[in-house]
Write a protein that binds this ligand. Structure first.
Ligand code: NI
Ligand code: MN
Length: 228
């Protein structure tokens, strides 16, 4: 399983011959100017919530690639009206896709689509297959329901927002990593806007002081789950 950071909350996962793209926000993100959405050919686009900074490029990429949108019922319905194929889910549910099992879990945030349509409740996802198990939290505060995740999954990696103001900051994200029992965290949702700029060295040290590795990737680069 290879995990690419495409800036902000946008993560591409290549696994079992499939390409998954979470929360595409690339063309409006000056930090991601070297990524061309025409070069992305996902099989699935997975959306955590309806905010513009998570769905901005979803329609264009879906139409270009034929990708299926996976999200909550409200978001999938909205894309369906644009002629985009989707798979609706809701919290607590999981489905055995051809890339592995995907479970929709709680996130503590808000959700509205770019035109003001109700966006349902925001979510995170746990992806599990023979190559590994990862939790992508979406935009969220730390919350007690995160403790349910290790009841069902042993995580190889948690992908957590760390930029503060709109989501968890570093201290909360360290606690979230402990709640989900992840020894390795990939940081996201930081530095895109002045409100969410972070000190990366301090962030890495904060996680390290609790025995957790924080990975911060350059936009366009990737990390692989170690095979053991
Ligand atoms: Ni958001
Ligand atoms: Mn966001």
């Amino acid at each position: 399983m290879e995990i690419f950071y495409l800036g902000h909350g946008c993560i591409q996962v290549n696994t079992l011959g499939k390409t998954l793209l979470f929360d595409p926000f690339i063309t409006p993100n000056p930090l991601a100017k070297d990524i061309a959405i025409a070069d992305l050919h996902p099989d699935y686009i997975i959306l955590t919530h309806g905010h513009e900074d998570h769905v901005a490029d979803a329609e264009a990429i879906a139409k270009n690639s034929g990708a299926k949108v996976i999200a909550n019922f409200e978001i999938v319905t909205w894309y369906g009206q644009k002629g985009i194929d989707g798979h609706p889910m809701n919290h607590g549910g999981q489905w055995p896709f051809d890339f592995g099992t995907l479970k929709m879990v709680n996130a503590l945030h808000s959700s509205v689509l770019p035109d003001g349509t109700y966006g349902g409740n925001p979510a995170g996802f746990v992806l599990s297959n023979s190559e590994g198990t990862i939790y992508l939290a979406g935009d969220t505060a730390v919350h007690q329901d995160m403790k349910l995740i290790p009841e069902f999954f042993t995580l190889d990696l948690a992908i957590l927002p760390i930029g503060d103001n709109f989501t968890m900051g570093i201290a909360e994200a360290v606690l979230a990593a402990q709640f989900v029992q992840a020894g390795k965290v990939l940081g996201m949702h930081y530095d895109t806007f002045p409100y969410i700029e972070i000190n990366k060295e301090e962030a890495i040290e904060s996680f390290k002081s609790k025995g957790i590795e924080l990975i911060l990737l350059a936009i366009g680069s990737s990390t692989s789950l170690a095979q053991d």
